[in-house]
Design a protein around this ligand. Structure first.
Ligand code: SAM
Length: 234
């Protein structure tokens, strides 16, 4: 895959506000105008959301629990969280994503008993502040090299009182993914670089700020790989 600007945050923001927004809105949507690869990613991502919801609800009800969904995309996690009664603060670096998420959440949640519509905000996760019981950041680290990811993880941990859930593309699948990455990001106009992370590096970044991994999950489909970790204070 062609590299366009590497992990530069401005490039990522621009991508997810424009071309990348159109592309990912389709992948994360329900329409059938997706190709085989996009459909595979849609299914894989839905499995990740499902695993994360299970990890969270296994520990008890989410009613009234504050959850920060950092890099919320089109709201595919924020919406089920709100349905479970969580008080959700959702944010994304891309204004396009945030307005799409807002629209989706309104459609899915308005008028439902015991459900608070998530509070949406355009913000990169590095600028977020405040405290939440739980912080979740799904499939965002793939856009950043480990050198940046360390700081992002430290910041996310500082926002969480009890629990931090991260998902990332694991390096174990490096060669598999490399083979397929051309299909994932075909052509420079659609390209952002995908960074894979080793689980040991993520674990080290968590340990450095006093957190330990309590649960692990893994989603793999043909074109989608995502390691999920749930961390708590060590
Ligand atoms: N977390 C969502 C989900 O799983 O449905 C969206 C995942 S999507 C692959 C990556 C998202 O991360 C995009 O919406 C993008 O705009 C957002 N993003 C990228 N860098 C970010 C940053 N530094 N801070 C906040 N959001 C970011």
């Amino acid at each position: 895959a062609e590299e366009v600007g590497g992990g530069d945050k401005e490039v990522v923001r621009d991508y997810f506000t424009n071309d990348g927004f159109q592309r990912w809105k389709k992948i994360y949507g329900t329409t059938d105008d997706v190709n085989k690869v996009q459909l595979d990613i849609r299914i894989g991502h839905a499995k990740t959301v499902e695993s994360v919801m299970k990890m969270l609800t296994d520990e008890g009800s989410l009613k009234g629990v504050s959850v920060c969904d950092a890099g919320c995309g089109t709201g595919l996690l924020s919406i089920p969280l709100a349905k479970e009664g969580a008080v959700v603060s959702a944010s994304d670096i891309s204004a396009s994503m945030v307005s799409e998420a807002q629209k989706q959440a309104k459609e899915a949640l308005e008028g439902k008993d015991g459900v608070q519509i998530p509070k949406f905000e355009v913000s990169d996760l590095e600028s977020l502040n405040g405290k939440h019981d739980t912080v979740v950041c799904l499939d965002v680290l793939i856009h950043y090299p480990q050198s940046k990811a360390d700081g992002m993880i430290a910041h996310l941990a500082s926002l969480a009182e009890n629990r931090l859930i991260l998902s990332f593309a694991p390096k174990t699948f490096y060669y598999d993914l490399l083979k397929r990455i051309g299909e994932l990001f075909p052509g420079p106009s659609k390209a952002t670089r995908a960074y894979l992370h080793s689980e040991a590096d993520i674990e080290r970044a968590l340990q450095k700020v006093g957190w330990k991994i309590r649960k692990r999950g893994l989603t793999t489909t043909q074109f989608y790989f995502s390691r999920i970790v749930e961390a708590v204070r060590a």
